[in-house]
Design a protein around this ligand. Structure first.
Ligand code: HEM
Length: 202
């Protein structure tokens, strides 16, 4: 529980910040949303419940989950106990070890337009449930073995990103450009950890 809940949330936050450094326009839109939320509630401490209601912040987190799902292969070592007939006609025979390649689904051009482009707006145009209700984007799995920490994970990452983006502007370091190469360890990590400058915002 502790292991599954720590690296995933830390890695997702790192991926979000990397995308925000690479996409300054998205970063500015997010900061505008956070500034206006802070002005509305009269404090810079955005409560968890409030953060969950910021549409652009949620869209940024969802788009990062789509591009960089921390758990790209779902269902490690699940065994089919009987023949399973899929809707496309394929059969998974009994006693087969099966995994779902969620990374492939979230990068499939027949499922997502411009799948390699960071476009949080796609989640403003359509409400996509990332908690297991929509198999186009199920970064927490789905069904009986769905991640039990999905709500905690989502609110934690949104909260961290909100704080980081509200308090600082994040800019690339020319000598260490952001590199989105991935490496699959127990989770999907940045091959070259993020390096960026945090400039305090006034
Ligand atoms: C952004 C954060 C997170 C992501 C992306 C994530 C993703 C996942 C994925 C993909 C699975 C496997 C689902 C499957 O095999 O079908 C999983 C399982 C699991 N997660 Fe998470 N998780 C996150 C946060 C958390 C947190 C915060 C906790 C606990 C506090 C947690 C605890 C677990 C546990 C215990 C399992 C195993 C469930 C089982 O096998 O029945 N996760 N998670």
């Amino acid at each position: 529980m502790i292991f599954r809940g720590t690296d995933t949330t830390a890695l997702l936050t790192e991926w979000v910040m990397a995308e925000l450094v690479l996409n300054p326009e998205a970063q500015r839109r997010l900061q505008t949303e956070l500034d206006s939320a802070a002005a509305t509630i009269g404090t810079c401490a955005l409560a968890d419940s409030y953060v969950a209601r910021l549409p652009y912040l949620q869209a940024v987190v969802k788009e990062t989950l789509r591009l960089h799902p921390p758990g790209p292969l779902l269902s490690w070592a699940r065994l089919s106990t009987s023949d399973v007939h899929l809707s496309n006609g394929m059969v998974v025979p009994a006693h087969t070890t099966a995994m779902v390649n969620m990374w492939a689904i979230t990068h499939d051009p027949t499922v997502w337009s411009d799948p390699l482009v960071f476009k949080p707006d796609r989640f403003l145009e359509a409400d996509v449930d990332v908690r297991g209700g929509d198999l186009r984007l199920a970064p927490f799995g789905a069904g009986r073995r769905v991640c039990p920490g999905k709500n905690l994970g989502l609110v934690t990452v949104a909260r961290w990103v909100a704080e980081l983006a509200y308090r600082f502007e994040w800019v690339a370091e020319p000598e260490h450009p952001v590199d989105l190469s991935e490496v699959l360890k127990l989770s999907c990590e940045m091959k070259h950890p993020l390096r960026a400058k945090a400039v305090p915002r006034n």
